[in-house]
Write a protein that binds this ligand. Sequence first.
Ligand code: F6R
Length: 603
Amino acid sequence: MCGIIGFVSSENTKAAVLIEGLKKLEYRGYDSCGIALVHNQEMALYKTKGKVKVLEDKLDKSLEGTSGLAHTRWATHGEPNDVNAHPHQIERVTLVHNGIIENSHELRKFYEMQGVTFKTETDTEVACAVLNDCMNKTNNKIEAIQKACTILKGSYAFGIFFDDELDKIYAIRKDSPLLLGEGKNIVFLASDCSAFLETTNRVLELNENEIAILDVTGITIIDEEGNEVKRESKEATLSLEEIQKDGYDTFLMKEIHEEPMVIKKTFHHYMKKSLNDLNETMPSLKKYKRFIFVGCGSAYHAGMIAKTLMEQKARVISSTELASEFRYSNPILDDDTAVVFISQSGETADTLAALRMCNEKGIDTFAIVNVLGSSLAKEAKVFLPTLAGKEISVATTKAYCSQVAVLSLLCLKKAMEENKLSREEKLAIENEIERLPLLMKKYINQTSVEKIADTIQHHNHVFFLGRGLDYALSLEGSLKLKEISYIHSEAYAAGELKHGTISLIEKDTPVITCITNPDLVLKSISNTKEVETRGAKVFLLIREDLYSNLMDASAVILLPKVHDVLQGIVSILPYQLLAYTVAKKLGCDIDQPRNLAKSVTVE
Ligand code: F6R
């Protein structure tokens, strides 16, 4: 949530360096934005509601400075408007903030009683007041920042200007990401290195509670004890190509087309030649009698697939938990339990808090995460990367697919350890894994979802039905449609609809049923008939070998038949294409849907 970029340069630099940086960070929040630019030792603030483009259009193109801080916001405290946009300023301190100050309410009251008048409703302005107060008391910037951070509860990455030293930026972080960049005559701080990659690919990490000082001589890092830390910059793992659309109209479409390559890369990382390689690339799972899969949103849906596979293939008790519930549920955990956390960003607040809770209890934690170096990746006992590369579209596609791939392998490893996988089945799965990327590529290029999209775009409510793994797919398909097309939809376990929700079915209500399990075809078809009888317009997503033309439907999309362990990976593709196609027809902002942000670092 929220993106930060700042720079200090020994020469006058166009404000465009901040604007372009903010555009790269917009996936983190995009309801308002602002910059503080220092020119000839004078600071000017420019803030606006809306996206970075709105700010860009308001700014004089020739605007330049020698240092600057910029911010793109996902509002937590205070509606998105010009005033609540960052940077915020109180007397000696100007700052930008990513995170949330949980005790801002009490602190605001305290400072109001001291005579401070707040101009905004934000928690960030309160942090400004705290730091300004600490600065007034100590007159030492490092001490003031350290003291302020003992008072502020919550998460933060701060970029800070002090009014008597506008050629320096101070930075500190806790539970929110912040990286540093070293270029020629210019240094940066940013929530993610994509923001400064066009200028430099030399990156330095900033650990929690260290303070970075950026000035014309470079970057100085100070540890908690006040000692200088020597740290060399490294080459960024991200390339410029990865953050460009590459001819596609949206990042979402680009990322859907990258799925075959991502799946190939991910499987190849864990198994060079055969499933036996999992013995080297994943730790032993022999001691575990129970698995709990934890995540939020799509990551939770990936966990639902894992639960089904772990129980079906390895016959080991498993469950899936929403991180936001799990962390407060006082769960019963023991040494035989492995808790597997799933996250694209590796920074999701609830998932991270749930992981920390398990770590504190001494429970074995696994993290299936896409962003290397993220908090989840660092703090879990076992880190299993997904290899989706940078995902920019707010709605996840390729990272989700890659999560399902790693989870499938985890389940297969456990199944092998439990002697539940025959030699023949192992061989069959290995062969299927080999042909999967090409099959997915063909499928993406050849599948048309136009007919369903044409109908759905005119409706306010859509239902998705499925059983077992198909229910998990329906949940993910429904989430994709909701978040990027704003059409309300609900996914139901196909047998459950008649226990209440079927009352919502009326003439022409679109219902999309997914069928990939041969044992449940008749059951799912019966459930589909029940809604059709009540007027629903039925669409079928069905595995090609299970379809018969006796099945009534307004349109049918055939799914390729693959081994059931891999079925979830291919079967999500038409749902992703459908959400994209509907959103496109409705003219929605596909990569940056309203109210959302890619990395949810607040509770
Ligand atoms: C949906 C989506 C979200 C995320 C969720 C968890 O398309 O992207 O539901 O899956 O916010 O985020 P991560 O995976 O970063 O923990």
